[in-house]
Design a protein around this ligand. Structure first.
Ligand code: NAD
Length: 485
C-alpha cells in the first residue's frame, strides 16, 4: 500500500489531526491501494498561504520559461505512463487501456500548454490619435483553487492545472477522495520538472472543509470546479458571495439520437462505447438513446449484442473491456436507478444484475444495462446515473427526438447517428449542448478544442481545454501610451 501526505510549499506534510483515510481497489476491495491525509480547513489555509508566498516569483517568470517546465513535465509523465496507468486502474477501476489513454492525454495536455506558452500575450489596438500605443496584457490572477472529481483523476487536474500554471498562477488542488493518487503523482512529476516550491499545492480530505476553505478563503482569487451539480451549486454560491471568479463544470444526461436512416451497426457500436465504456462513469457518457420508432427494435437488438460482448472484470486483466463502479455508493446508486426505472414502467432488456462469480466476488461489478420503454417523464430519462446504464426512448420523428433531447435541464454532450446531412446540421444548430458529435461517440474530446456545458451542466462562463482555457486563468489589462510629446 502506498502512503501519501499533503503537498504544501514543496514539502510532504501530514494533516495536523494525524488522521488518514485509505482507498480500496474497487475490483477487489481486499486490496488497500493507498492512504491519504484526512485534512481540513487549517491545512487548506496553510496551502493557500504557501501558494500566495510563491505567486510573485512564478508570475515574474516569462510564460515561455513556465512553459518549459510544463513541457518537461509532459516528458516525465510519458516516461511513467505504465506505472501511473496501473495505479490509476487499481484505485479508480477503469481498464488499463482506458487508464493508459488518460495518462497519455495528461502528458499531451502539458505538452500543448508548454507550446502555447509562446503565444500567451495581449493585443495591439489602433488608437484614435497618432503616436499613441494602445495594447492589452494578459496577467495571472494570483492563487487559484481547483476542485476535481474522481472519474478522470489525472486528466481533469491536468486540464485545469496546465493553463493555470502557464498563465502564472499559484495553485491549490483538492482532488476527489475516491482517487487522489494521480494528483499527488502529478505533484512529484512537476517538482522533478523544476516547478518552484509552493506554486502547486495539494490537500486531501473532506470535501466540505477542504473545498469549503478554497471557496471562502479571501486569498483564493478564482476557483475552477468539476463535479456534481449539487456540490457545484453550493460552491458557486460561496464564490458569488465574495465575487470571486468561478468556473463550474457539472454533469449531463447526454443523448444520442438514432434516426431511421442511420447505419444501425454503427449506431449500436457508438452507443455501446459511449454508454458502457469507462463503466459509464464519464460526464459525457451516452445515457439516453432517442431512436425513431421504425428502427427501435432493430437497433435495440444490435445494442444488446454489443452489450453481451463486453467482458466485465478487473481492469488490469487482459481482455477485460469494462471495469467496476468506483465504490459501494456509486454501485448502489446504479441499482437504485434501475429499480426506479422498473417501477416507473421501464423494461430491462439486458443486464441489470450484479456480477459476483469467482474473481468478481470482491468487486463492484455489474452487467452493462439497457432499459427500454422509457418515456421523458421518467427519472431514468432526466437524472444522471453515472454508471453503465442506457435508457432507450422511442420517438416518432426527428422533431420529437430533438424536443426530447432538449427536454432536460442539463446540456453537456450530444450526438446523432444519421446519413442525412441536413438533419445532422439542424441538430448541431438546435441541440442545447456544449459539444455536438455527428456519427461519433458522445464521449472523447480533442484536448485542443474548447469544452464545457450549457444549462445546468455549467456556469457557462469560461470554456475549459484548448488555447482558450487560459482566459479563465488570466485577466486582461489595457495600457495606453502617448509618445507624441
Ligand atoms: P462531487 O460533486 O461529489 O465531488 C467533486 C469534488 O468536490 C470532490 O473533490 C469533492 O471532494 C468536492 N466536494 C464535495 N463536497 C464539497 C463541498 N461541500 N464543498 C467543496 N467541495 C466539495 O462529484 P464526483 O462524484 O467526484 O464526480 C462526479 C460528477 O462530476 C458527475 O456529476 C459528473 O458528471 C461530473 N463531471 C463533470 C465533468 C465535466 O467536465 N463537466 C467531468 C467529469 C465529471
Amino acid at each position: 500500500m502506498r502512503t501519501y501526505q499533503n503537498f504544501i510549499g514543496g514539502e510532504w506534510v501530514s494533516a495536523a489531526s494525524g488522521k488518514t483515510f485509505t482507498n480500496q481497489n474497487p475490483a477487489d476491495t481486499r486490496e488497500a491501494v493507498a492512504s491519504y491525509q484526512q485534512s481540513g480547513q487549517a491545512e487548506t489555509a496553510a496551502a493557500v498561504a504557501a501558494a500566495q508566498a510563491a505567486f510573485a516569483g512564478w508570475a515574474a517568470m516569462t510564460s515561455v520559461a513556465r512553459g518549459r517546465i510544463l513541457s518537461k513535465a509532459s516528458q516525465l509523465l510519458e516516461a511513467k505512463k505504465s506505472e501511473l496507468a496501473e495505479l490509476l486502474t487499481r484505485e479508480e477501476g477503469k481498464t488499463l487501456a482506458e487508464a493508459t489513454g488518460e495518462v497519455q492525454r495528461s502528458a499531451d495536455i502539458f505538452r500543448f500548454f508548454g507550446g502555447l506558452s509562446y503565444t500567451i500575450g495581449g493585443q495591439t489596438i489602433p488608437h484614435d490619435l497618432p503616436q499613441n500605443l494602445l495594447f492589452t496584457k494578459r496577467e495571472p490572477l494570483g492563487v487559484v483553487g481547483l476542485i476535481t472529481p474522481w472519474n478522470f483523476p489525472i486528466a481533469i487536474p491536468a486540464w485545469k492545472l496546465a493553463p493555470a500554471l502557464v498563465s502564472g498562477n499559484a495553485v491549490v488542488l483538492k482532488p476527489a477522495s475516491q482517487a487522489p493518487a494521480m494528483s499527488l503523482e502529478l505533484a512529484k512529476v512537476l517538482a522533478e520538472a523544476g516547478l518552484p516550491k509552493g506554486v502547486f499545492n495539494i490537500v486531501t480530505g473532506d470535501g466540505r472543509s477542504v473545498g469549503g476553505e478554497l471557496a471562502t478563503n479571501a486569498n483564493v482569487a478564482a476557483l475552477s470546479f468539476t463535479g456534481s451539480l449539487k456540490v457545484g451549486a453550493q460552491v458557486y454560491q460561496q464564490l458569488a458571495q465574495r465575487m470571486a471568479r468561478a468556473q463550474m463544470e457539472m454533469g449531463g444526461k447526454n443523448p444520442t439520437i438514432v434516426l431511421a436512416d442511420a447505419d444501425l451497426d454503427l449506431a449500436a457500436r457508438l452507443v455501446a462505447i459511449a454508454g458502457f465504456g469507462l463503466t459509464g462513469q464519464a460526464c459525457t457518457a451516452t445515457s439516453r438513446v432517442i431512436v425513431e420508432k421504425s428502427v427501435a427494435e432493430a437497433f435495440t437488438q444490435k445494442l444488446i449484442e454489443k452489450a453481451k460482448a463486453i467482458v466485465v472484470g478487473n481492469g488490469l486483466k487482459p481482455g477485460v473491456t469494462m471495469g467496476p463502479a468506483v465504490n459501494a455508493q456509486e454501485f448502489k446508486g446504479n441499482f437504485d436507478y434501475i429499480d426506479i426505472a422498473k417501477n416507473e414502467g421501464g423494461t430491462v432488456v439486458y443486464g441489470g444484475a450484479r456480477l459476483s462469480d469467482g474473481e468478481l466476488a470482491h468487486g463492484f461489478f455489474m452487467q452493462p444495462t439497457i432499459i427500454t420503454g422509457v418515456t421523458p417523464q421518467m427519472k431514468i430519462a432526466s437524472e444522471e446515473v453515472f454508471g453503465p446504464v442506457v435508457a432507450v426512448l422511442a420517438v416518432e420523428n426527428f422533431d420529437e427526438a430533438l424536443a426530447v433531447a432538449n427536454g432536460v435541464d442539463v446540456g453537456l454532450s450530444a450526438s446523432i447517428v444519421t446519413r442525412d446531412l441536413k438533419k445532422a446540421m439542424l441538430y448541431a444548430e438546435r441541440i442545447e449542448a456544449g459539444v455536438v458529435k455527428i456519427n461519433q461517440i458522445s464521449t472523447g474530446l480533442a484536448l485542443q478544442a474548447p469544452f464545457g456545458g450549457v444549462k445546468k451542466s455549467s456556469t457557462d462562463s469560461f470554456k475549459e481545454q484548448g488555447a482558450g482555457a487560459v482566459e479563465f486563468y488570466s485577466r486582461i489589462k489595457t495600457v495606453y501610451l502617448d509618445y507624441s510629446a
